[in-house]
Ligand binder design. Structure first.
Ligand code: CDP
Length: 224
């Protein structure tokens, strides 16, 4: 008899749509593991920049994606023994991550690593292609959106809380640029799967979004 794989809740959406925060809270409530797939692209971007590579050098950057020694422990992310939790969140790395994410070799190299996070009792995975490419058989697929202006405001608030000063207009432009790059690339572009449930979170609190996603999860996890 075929062994049943642990369930996956796939949460996709554009940058600063709240996926990360929502996915972590949903994972905690369900007692599931959590995969922040964007962190993998950020790790590859950081390592590629530090190695002095050109970010469109598909062969060399893919080689980094294949061989990079990463460790996730709670919220802490490491390359080897070095803590890079804050370094990968820098705005410069956001743009670089979206550049390396357009390379098909990098995406292929990261698929196995992402699927390895699927362990009992289940996984909540957030990203751009969790439901479309990495876990096409996910138990539930959620697509979170919000207006670009709301997303720029959220990112601004997040940075201010960390004591980082940034202009809302620059953040909005970065978000629009990343949206364009993420939705128009040939390899696994950001798009809502036909079987995904879309939630427009503009004007909603995190708690309201989490409650709505959890209601969908309970329904999907109960279904035979
Ligand atoms: O936090 P934010 O949503 O802004 O970004 P992230 O989820 O950390 O992802 C950083 C970049 O990695 C994105 O702009 C995407 O280009 C890319 N990415 C991707 O292509 N596929 C994923 N599954 C996750 C991230």
């Amino acid at each position: 008899m075929a062994r049943r794989l642990p369930p996956v809740i796939a949460i996709d959406g554009p940058s600063a749509s709240g996926k990360g925060t929502v996915a972590q809270l949903v994972a905690r409530d369900l007692g599931f593991h959590y995969l922040d797939s964007g962190a993998l692209y950020r790790l590859v971007a950081l390592a590629a920049l530090e190695a002095g590579l050109n970010l469109d050098d598909g062969l060399r950057v893919s080689d980094i994606a294949l061989n990079i020694n990463t460790k996730f422990n709670g919220e802490t992310v490491r390359i080897g023994s070095r803590d890079v939790t804050d370094a990968i969140r820098a705005e410069s790395i956001s743009g670089a991550a979206s550049q390396v994410a357009a390379l098909p070799g990098v995406r292929d190299a990261l698929i196995t690593r992402q699927r390895a996070f699927r362990r009992p009792p289940g996984l909540v995975a957030d990203g751009r292609d969790m439901g479309s490419v990495v876990f096409p058989d996910a138990t539930l697929k959620i697509f979170l959106t919000a207006s670009p202006e709301e997303r720029a405001n959220r990112r601004h608030k997040q940075l201010m809380e960390k004591g980082i000063d940034a202009s809302i207009n620059t953040l909005l432009q970065d978000i629009l640029d990343r949206d364009t790059r993420d939705t128009t690339r040939a390899a696994a572009p950001l798009q809502k799967s036909v079987d995904a449930v879309e939630i427009d979170t503009t004007g909603m609190t995190i708690a309201a979004v989490v409650a709505q996603v959890l209601a969908q999860c309970r329904h999907a996890l109960r279904a035979p």
